[in-house]
Design a protein around this ligand. Structure first.
Ligand code: ZN
Length: 293
């Protein structure tokens, strides 16, 4: 599942490509209805056509695009969703779904985006999703992102890149294990399975520890490690352990730097002990039994 570094990479990629552009066309395949959560395709089209995308924002793993008509497009990539942008290919309309390299059978929705000044080529924004857990909402604008009527958005905790040590220490005052707290989007937004495991390893904290059992120093180390691994993930444009690509269809490379995630049975880079995998908080959890206490 795309986590904060992957979603932020996509947001940074598509922002300059789509900002200020007007939605001038839409192509949908039948499966797009599974992604449109609160609106049918026709209403969706009527409310977005001829309106411009004013910016692209991220909150947790949500991608938010306010339009100039007080409507807001919200995307969640789910397990395997991708947002891709490219120049509109120079082919006939009916060939758009078949004629170029990275549109494939999993591309369910395409928005054409026109430069109102006419200076730049038209761009298309594609929503591609193999497993169909991705979600799209069309909602009215509100003063705060948190108030948008999108399930899960209003209850998100502080963003993992911005959470303060005080806030982090506060969410760790719990009998739940640290892995479960890190994965809980209502406590801290943006961390998923990969970065939770890597942050625990980087801080030397065993993922089964309860939040309340962490010393002040351990809690501080874990807080710093969460931010460090997310920033490293961003630097390498995300982790492509399964379907993730950036907005150009290219894979990230942070998976080459994972220390424990999906490394079960391999030797720990820190001590040579064998990395273990257990099920924790409902997810596969990878750790070094020697380096992590
Ligand atoms: Zn180790």
């Amino acid at each position: 599942m795309p986590e904060l570094p992957e979603v932020e990479t996509i947001v940074r990629d598509i922002r300059p490509a789509v900002m200020g552009r007007m939605i001038s066309g839409m192509l949908v395949r039948p499966k797009a209805v599974q992604h449109l959560m609160n609106v049918d395709a026709e209403t969706f089209y009527k409310n977005i056509i001829a309106h411009s995308i004013t910016t692209v924002l991220r909150k947790g793993k949500y991608i938010i695009m306010p339009l100039d008509n007080s409507a807001v497009l919200v995307f969640h990539l789910g397990m395997t969703g991708r947002l891709l942008s490219q120049k509109v290919p120079d082919v006939n309309f009916e060939d758009r779904f078949t004629s170029n390299t990275y549109i494939d059978k999993h591309t369910h929705l395409i928005l054409d985006l026109m430069d109102p000044t006419g200076d730049d080529d038209d761009v298309e924004l594609q929503f591609n999703d193999v497993r169909l857990f991705g979600k799209i909402w069309l909602v009215p604008q509100s003063d705060n992102i948190e108030d948008l009527p999108v399930p899960g958005l209003s209850s998100l905790g502080p963003d993992a890149l911005g959470i303060t040590l005080d806030e982090f220490s506060s969410i760790m005052r719990t009998k739940r294990n640290v892995k479960a707290v890190l994965l809980d989007q209502n406590k801290v937004a943006g961390v998923g399975n990969i970065y939770a495991d890597e942050a625990c390893f980087a801080s030397g904290v065993h993922p089964t520890r309860t939040g309340a059992s962490l010393t002040k120093e351990e809690c501080g180390k874990l807080w710093l490690s969460v931010k460090t691994v997310l920033k490293e993930g961003l630097k390498y444009r995300g982790s492509s352990t399964s379907d993730y690509t950036d907005a150009s269809g290219r894979t990230g490379s942070f998976q080459d730097y994972h220390k424990v995630y999906q490394k079960a049975g391999q030797k720990c880079v820190g001590c040579g002990e064998t990395i273990e995998r257990i099920k924790l908080a409902g997810r596969s959890t990878h750790f070094c039994p020697s380096c992590q206490k």
